[in-house]
Design a protein around this ligand. Structure first.
Ligand code: F6P
Length: 337
């Protein structure tokens, strides 16, 4: 992390990659904290592409009124191919110079932070705020949006359970998460899933799915809820395989982008506000090229290069708890995935 005691007069803020509930709350916190420090704030729209295209709006204290409970991002978001190229990044630097930006707060996931690292290497100070429903940012225990997405998925699955229970059916539900199983595992525990399939653990179809359903049947259950992380396989394929193996007709639901919308939960609003505040405070105090991450509920600053090397594992104790709830015996995998 670099430190320099130069007076920060104007900063930019952008959201990039997949949106996450709470991004607006983070933007609000960045703007209001900047105003409190006497720093001007500029909103860069449509992520890195907006920086390339000089797509910006001035943000004052009142520009962010009423966005705290709003899902999505008022700054729009995008995944920019052009920014991956050196020419695109040069254009982005030119915009920073043109706007007189002394730094940029970037809100997003690992992809966003890789972009921020490149920009910082070109001399533009950055501070990152982790926000993705996948919770897969290695340096941070928590990412903005995860709690809301979990709650949305739980609400949907509770509804599914009602009708699965009435018809004594098997439900296979696919949740998002990209290559990570955090969302699936947390949701699976919260809905009492018969089993949860995550990309971090190789799926043994017979043992992890078929035997779970058979066991659950023997225990007297007449409906079954299988939660699949999108990175672990397709719910449609798993439904077909269950049909072939057991002769039952599972109903398949892919929750999809519904998980990314909606008003952020209290946890996401609170976390986003603290992270936004911390990011601007760090910049104002001359600390930058870092990520404001969470560690056991506290906010810490990690140099961006180091942060991008960090790995976060799916916690085995949670997987064991999920299994124990269904199997009635103690499950004791010892290593995190
Ligand atoms: O990273 C967030 C996420 O919602 C993932 O869970 C999912 O795999 C991906 O984004 C979907 O991306 P898109 O919105 O481009 O379809």
């Amino acid at each position: 992390m670099e430190t320099e005691k130069k007076k920060i007069k104007r900063i930019g803020v952008l959201t990039s990659g997949g949106d996450a509930p709470g991004m607006n709350a983070a933007v609000r916190a960045v703007v209001r904290t900047a105003v409190a420090h006497g720093i001007e704030c500029v909103g860069i729209r449509r992520g890195w592409q907006g920086l390339i295209n000089s797509d910006f709006i001035p943000l004052k204290k009142d520009s962010v009124s009423h966005i705290l409970p709003a899902g999505g991002t008022m700054l729009y978001t995008a995944r920019s191919e052009e920014f991956m190229q050196p020419g695109g990044r040069q254009k982005a630097v030119a915009t920073c110079k043109m706007l007189g930006l002394d730094g940029i707060v970037t809100i997003g996931g690992d992809g966003t932070f890789r972009g921020a690292l490149e920009l910082s290497r070109l001399g533009v100070p950055t501070v990152g705020i982790p926000a993705t429903i996948d919770n897969d940012v290695g340096c941070s225990h928590y990412t903005i949006g995860f709690d809301t997405a979990c709650n949305t998925a739980v609400e949907c699955i509770d509804r599914l359970r009602d009708t699965m229970q009435s018809h004594e059916r098997c439900s296979v539900v696919e949740v998002m998460g990209r290559n990570a199983g955090f969302l699936a595992l947390y949701v699976g525990i919260a809905v009492g899933a018969s089993t949860v399939l995550v990309p971090e653990r190789k799926v043994d179809f017979q043992k992890d799915v078929i035997e779970r359903i058979q066991y659950s049947r023997l225990a007297g259950n007449t409906h079954f809820m299988i939660v699949v992380a999108e990175g672990a396989g397709s719910a449609v394929d798993i439904g077909k395989q269950i049909h072939d193996a057991l002769g039952i007709e599972p109903r398949v639901t892919v929750l999809g982008h519904i998980q990314r919308g909606g008003s952020p939960t209290a946890r996401d609003r609170e976390m986003a506000t603290r992270m936004g505040y911390s990011a601007v405070k760090a910049m104002a105090e001359g600390r930058y090229n870092s990520i404001v991450a969470t560690k056991e509920g506290s906010i810490i600053e990690i140099p961006i290069e180091e942060a991008l090397q960090m790995k976060k594992h799916l916690q085995m104790d949670r997987y064991n708890i999920m299994q124990t709830m269904q199997l009635g015996g103690i499950s004791d995998y010892t290593d995190d995935f």
